[in-house]
Write a protein that binds this ligand. Structure first.
Ligand SMILES: [Fe+2]
Length: 241
């Protein structure tokens, strides 16, 4: 069965279409910024980076598409969308569709990329001091690029709205540290400082660094204007340039 999915630009292998359909059915009505189109953008960017670096395109494509599949459950149950239970769920739901085409060892590489795609450690400097394989680096770069620039700003407001975060908290300080294992807290403004402004420094690949640098400049410019309109002190945004 051939089906055209909205906004999918790359030519999908026929064997992969049932997986895309399954993701579309689950994620197309998401309003948190982790919707089907986010999965598609990450998938396509990851494939593009993998192609340029001579890495495994199928692993990039599959991990990019599936990396946020259990976000909806996470919001409802608090169980992490990349935790052991989620990875077992992905094996159950997608193994029968994908294993005939991706041999087991590559399928498990996909599972490992998803299990570690949320590893952040902004306190350890560039790339977070975390050792990741090229497959991990590619998908993490693609996912982070979708969290900065105009799209990243739009997604942050969607996320904040769904989770009931205010635009800015009283006395909001830009020194919060992001922890993906905790429920969202604070404000959208704080999320810019605790996560978005740090993402471009953590890029791994040369391609990711290039794209992120441009989007980061736009993000800094946007936050400057936001602070100006909110009549907040300009602060030390220049250190993020
Ligand atoms: Fe994501």
């Amino acid at each position: 069965m051939k089906r055209l999915f909205p906004f999918v630009r790359m030519a999908l292998p026929e064997w992969f279409e049932p997986a895309v359909e399954k993701v579309w059915l689950k994620m197309n009505d998401d309003a948190t910024g982790h919707d089907f189109l986010h999965a598609v953008r990450v998938m396509e960017l990851a494939v593009d980076i993998a192609s340029q670096l001579g890495a495994d395109r199928d692993i990039a494509m599959t991990a990019g598409l599936l990396h946020d599949y259990y976000r909806k459950e996470e919001k409802q149950t608090g169980r992490l969308h990349y935790g052991l239970e989620a990875i077992d769920g992905l094996r159950r739901e997608f193994g029968p569709l994908l294993l005939p085409h991706l041999e087991e060892v590559r399928f498990e590489r996909v599972m490992d990329v998803i299990a570690r795609h949320e590893e952040y450690d902004f306190s350890r400097g560039e790339s977070g001091g975390i050792q990741l394989s090229l497959d991990h680096q590619i998908v993490q770069d693609a996912d982070r690029i979708d969290a900065i620039g105009a799209v990243g700003i739009a997604r942050t407001f969607m996320f904040g709205g769904v989770h009931g975060l205010p635009l800015v908290e009283d006395g909001s300080l830009p020194d919060a540290v992001f922890d993906p294992t905790l429920r969202p807290q604070g404000s959208v403004y704080r999320h810019f400082y605790e996560k978005l402004l740090h993402l471009s420094n953590g890029m791994h690949t040369i391609i990711g660094k290039r794209i992120a640098s441009e989007r980061h400049q736009f993000l800094v410019c946007y936050i400057k204007q936001l602070k100006h309109e909110l009549m907040l002190e300009p602060g030390d945004l220049d250190k993020y340039n």
